[in-house]
Design a protein around this ligand. Structure first.
Ligand code: GRF
Length: 211
């Protein structure tokens, strides 16, 4: 069974959807730990309820991001993860960290990258007037939200949408996308090649664009 460690900073709804897929057996993996950079967040409670080890590496207790990354590494390596999923983890990981775990580090971002990298994606999508918005799962590279794209899910933007209504539609879509992608990753059907994503021939008929 493949081992996944999930990094969070807050609510943990993507953690929940991934955990449920692992429990159902649609994603053949075990979530062996959840690590949060903030104490007292809802995602830690979700992990506790599911009996998943829940750790806090509090960013505020470290002088700089190198020391924080080193502390994360130490905790992480105990679990020997095959995959590390950033699910609402609101920190940029340093060069060394990203290089060390290259090909194992996956992030979910609430926009159709490369549009709207960074924060406040739903507001920016509405302001830009785009008619389709969504979420992306990608391998993590050094640049912010820039790594090779694995899969995307698109949702329509309606004229009456608010940041909240659009955000909710995207989040529900994320809950389909992340477990779907990870179920292929843990089976070795999706992996990172030298500079692009490699898909196993057996999933060539699966569109990597969901809606
Ligand atoms: C999600 O929209 C995710 O794409 C983004 O942060 C949000 C986290 O939500 N990176 P949750 O903590 O999984 O509920």
């Amino acid at each position: 069974m493949r081992k996944i460690v999930v990094f969070i900073s807050g609510r943990g709804s993507n953690l929940s959807s991934l955990t449920e897929a692992c429990e159902r057996g649609t994603c053949l993996a075990e979530i062996v730990a959840v690590i949060s950079d903030k104490p007292n967040v809802l995602g830690l409670e979700i992990a506790n309820q599911k009996n998943i080890p829940a750790l806090v590496v509090n960013r505020k207790l470290y002088q700089n991001s190198d020391e924080f990354d080193k502390a994360l590494e130490e905790r992480l390596d105990v679990y020997k993860p095959d995959w590390i999923v950033l699910a609402g983890f609101m920190r940029v990981l340093g060069k060394h960290f990203v290089k060390k775990y290259r090909g194992k580090l996956v992030n979910i971002h609430p926009s159709l990258l490369p549009s709207f990298s960074g924060l406040d994606t739903h507001r920016r999508a509405l302001l830009a007037g785009v008619k389709w918005h969504g979420a992306t799962v990608h391998f993590v590279s050094e640049g912010l939200d820039e790594g090779p794209i694995i899969a995307q899910i698109a949702v329509p933007v309606y004229l009456y949408d608010t940041v909240e209504s659009l955000g909710m539609r995207v989040l529900q879509a994320e809950h389909k996308l992340l477990p779907g992608v990870m179920s292929f990753c843990v089976q070795g059907k999706i992996y990172l090649g030298t500079d692009s994503v490699i898909y196993d021939y057996s999933i060539m008929n699966n569109a990597m664009a969901w809606s």
